[in-house]
Design a protein around this ligand. Structure first.
Ligand SMILES: [Zn+2]
Length: 304
């Protein structure tokens, strides 16, 4: 396994999209994260690269031909489009493919170095034939299928610590072998119809650091006995108290401890880890960006 300065990270915010003012999705958080990481010297400019758009034939690994065609040709019907919650236009499709490309490249890079990230993505609500919850296509599902194409016995852990249950990951992958999906989320939060994962940890509203970290710690001990070859980490920070779309009450320190546990687990087991950013919707978006920066700080400290 290599060290921090050998790691590479992939961003997709160079595919610019404009949302209407007051749109509930904080699109500017991605660029803010990237700039903040550079400014604070947590990552060097040489470590980050703009992602390439995913070649669209790869979408077929996880999505139905009809759905792919409808999104790419901008003909998705109104109801399905509304479920995603983002406008469907050419710029948005480019951005979505850029985000998919970022995770694809992060997975490739993590195979070489042991650690990499997409500075976007974690699109765990996208199903095979429909998007929802700000997700058009499912980056984790596509890449699980892709790695299994070459090696069906390769054991992948999806560790989904976004506050919303990864219903799309589960709906696409729950019949696949050699992928284990663990989702930690608000039980009473969206998606209101959960699709069972292999391990679902549903927390009640207001759950905080202590309860969350205790359960995660116990589970990681169990995972360490399961012989995983790769970890896909959805590192959403919307479990932070005060998040507009979260109902838990974690603190910045609690999230950092969460990340420390995950990265230490991967490092000590020598398991490559590919991370995607996941959700974060604090009313003051600086709070969300600060939490994302915290994740990178902890990763740097762990892998230095
Ligand atoms: Zn979320």
């Amino acid at each position: 396994m290599k060290r921090w300065e050998d790691f590479h990270f992939f961003y997709s915010d160079h595919f610019e999209v404009e949302l209407e003012i007051n749109h509930r999705f904080p699109m500017n958080k991605y660029q803010a994260l990237r700039e903040s990481l550079l400014q604070r010297g947590i990552v060097k400019k040489s470590q980050i690269s703009p992602a390439n758009k995913l070649e669209t034939h790869h979408l077929h690994l996880a999505h139905t031909p009809d759905y792919i065609e409808q999104v790419l040709s901008l003909t998705l019907d109104r109801k399905k489009s509304r479920a995603v919650g983002l406008p469907l236009n050419k710029a948005m499709v480019d951005r979505a493919l850029g985000s998919q490309g970022a995770f694809w490249q992060a997975v490739s890079s993590s195979l070489e170095t042991g650690f990499s990230t997409s500075m976007a993505g974690g699109t765990h609500h996208a199903h095979a034939d429909a998007g929802e919850g700000f997700c058009f296509f499912n980056d984790f599902a596509i890449n699980v299928r892709r790695l299994h194409k070459d090696n069906a016995g390769y054991k992948i852990l999806i560790l989904d610590l976004d506050v919303h249950q990864g219903n799309g990951n589960s709906s696409i992958l729950n019949q696949d072998k050699n992928v284990f999906i663990a989702s930690y989320h608000g039980e009473k939060n969206y998606p209101f119809r959960k699709v069972p994962s292999h391990l679902d940890r549903g927390f009640l509203d207001g759950a905080g650091d202590e309860e969350y970290l205790k359960i995660l710690c116990e589970d990681l001990k169990r995972f360490s006995q399961m012989g995983f070859d790769h970890i896909f980490y959805q590192a959403g920070v919307d479990a932070l108290g005060g998040d507009s779309f979260g109902k838990l009450a974690m603190t910045h320190d609690g999230l950092k401890e969460r990340d420390r546990m995950v990265f230490e687990f991967a490092k000590h087991q020598n398991i490559p880890l590919a991370m995607a950013l996941g959700g974060g919707y604090s009313k003051n978006i600086d709070e969300t960006v600060e939490a994302y920066v915290g994740t990178y700080e902890v990763a740097r400290r762990t892998y230095l």
